[in-house]
Design a protein around this ligand. Structure first.
Ligand code: NDP
Length: 463
């Protein structure tokens, strides 16, 4: 209710009293599709030109790593003659390992993918509710990746223990490039399909992949949580994130170890370190599968070529470079060097796991170490002691140390096997910048306060 009053100077003021009634709707008005899915600015990865470039260059590198580093040409990507020789073998490689395409390998890859889906469908697993989405819903997820890994390792062991099993297992090593091509077909098909389907079924879109530019949205991922028609419980993004690619990486590593065994009659200490520690990384990731629901890839990024190619091609076939190199270029580390490498790997693993556990527990409402924290205006709390008090991404530091430990067993004859630590620095620094930006948007001034308390970005006292 409003009442006019007159002041001593004779001016009239309107006073609004608390008796004024507002007619609010009984339920909030649901947002329209356009309000829920605002247009994004194509600014990440240098915009559409950058994303188009990476879409071509990244798969190309997967092939370059093979053709410049194999038993036919050696591992000489640092010399012009090495490149020339490698180029000449493309299309004329002396064995099936270097054939660009092979229908048999494509069939095997499809069978592998179908097997992973069958494991997801039929193996038991915990049902977990995903994070609250901005349309007010949550997605249910079935977490049985670790069971898939156990079954796969059990079946692999069954093959290996049979007479001729070790030779049979080298099949994957011997069909490397056709398998790369097959995974790329799968990755491209999925990225194209989810992009097109997202226009048709009007699903929730990612905030970063809805610019309207094909090259940008195709790479960044337009839909946030795509699923196949009629199978809404099958989440394509989380499925691809840790199953068909991550587990294949481990199986390819085992295949490379078999190849070394067939050639040498033994498996070197360097190969053991690579397959055991990389294998442990995969197992650890699948044991903690539910934690991927809090990762940027799942909460924020859409599903596009960046993730489909990254998950299905880049991870298994480029992370597998160390084991493939050791298959034809065996390295014996000896006890002292092996102990140094294992110490680096254990230190990296400890930091990685301790940091991720501290945050995981804290976000689940537990604080067993009684760590200090600050409360933000948004309501969420941020740890300010323990690993998260030492740097803003201590888990990245541990992850990078492990990456270093995977490369060192390959010795120092070629720089190529160290590509992973260089690529990983770029990935983690870029990821840290993206996450910092997202947290600044989320937490505003509280994030600046946190940055003052914890000034180091990744490596305590260094960066
Ligand atoms: P993080 O696990 O580092 O999570 C970042 C989020 O944690 C922030 O957005 C924020 O989200 C929350 N957070 C930040 N600071 C604090 C704090 N002080 N206290 C509590 N919560 C905080 O990021 P990623 O998802 O990028 O990485 C997950 C793991 O995956 C890492 O271990 C990484 O190394 C690994 N990884 C591996 C890759 C590979 O190829 N091998 C590639 C990419 C990642 P909020 O506050 O909303 O909870």
């Amino acid at each position: 209710m409003s009442q006019p009053t007159t002041s001593e100077e004779g001016t009239t003021t309107t006073v609004i009293t608390a008796t004024t009634h507002l007619t609010l709707p009984a339920h909030p008005v649901p947002l329209s599709y356009d309000q829920l899915n605002p247009k994004s600015k194509p600014v990440e990865f240098f915009g559409p030109i950058g994303t188009a470039g990476i879409s071509v260059i990244a798969p190309l590198f997967t092939y370059i790593f093979f053709y410049t580093c194999n038993d036919a040409v050696g591992c000489t990507p640092t010399t012009v003659s090495g490149w020339k020789y490698a180029w000449e073998t493309v299309g004329y490689f002396p064995s099936e390992a270097g054939y660009l395409w092979e229908w048999k390998s494509f069939a095997v890859y499809l069978a592998w993918y179908a097997y992973c889906i069958a494991c997801w469908k039929f193996l038991p697993g915990d049902k977990v509710q995903g994070n609250l989405l901005r349309d007010g819903t949550r997605k249910p997820y079935k977490m049985n990746g670790f069971n898939t890994l156990l079954l796969t390792l059990g079946l692999s062991l069954g093959v290996l223990l049979n007479p001729g099993g070790i030779q049979l297992f080298t099949w994957l090593h011997d069909h490397w490039v056709p398998l790369v091509s097959s995974s790329l077909v799968m990755a491209t098909f999925q990225a194209l399909w989810v992009y097109g389907y997202s226009y048709y079924n009007k699903e929730l879109l990612s905030l970063g992949g809805n610019s309207g530019n094909f090259f940008y949205d195709f790479f960044m991922g337009r839909p946030l949580n795509p699923h196949p028609p009629f199978f809404s419980s099958f989440d394509i993004k989380t499925f691809n994130e840790v199953r068909p690619g991550m587990i294949l990486w481990l199986i390819l590593n085992i295949s490379c170890a078999c190849e070394q065994y067939v050639r040498l009659g033994t498996i070197t200490d360097s190969m053991w370190v690579v397959i055991l520690f990389e294998g442990w990384y995969t197992a650890d990731c699948l044991i903690q599968e539910h934690t991927i629901l809090n990762q940027m890839d799942i909460t924020t990024d859409g599903f596009g070529y960046m993730l489909s190619m990254g998950d299905l091609t880049w991870v298994p076939f480029t992370y597998g470079l160390q084991a493939r190199y050791l298959a034809f270029n065996p390295v014996t580390m000896g006890p002292i060097w092996a102990s140094v490498v294992v110490a680096i790997l254990l230190a990296g693993n400890y930091i990685f796991r301790a940091a991720n556990n501290e945050k995981g527990n804290f976000r689940a409402g537990k604080n067993p170490k009684k760590l200090e924290f600050m409360t933000t205006e948004r309501g969420t709390k941020l740890l300010t002691s323990g690993w998260w008090g030492r740097s803003r991404h201590p888990n990245y530091f541990g992850d990078w140390l492990m990456a270093l430990g995977w490369c060192l067993p390959t010795g120092f004859k070629t720089p190529l096997t160290y590509y992973y630590i260089i690529y990983f620095v770029i990935l983690l620094v870029h990821r840290q910048m993206r996450d910092d930006e997202a947290c600044r948007k989320k937490y505003g001034k509280d994030w600046d306060k946190y940055c003052e308390i914890v000034p180091w970005k990744i490596i305590p006292y260094v960066y």
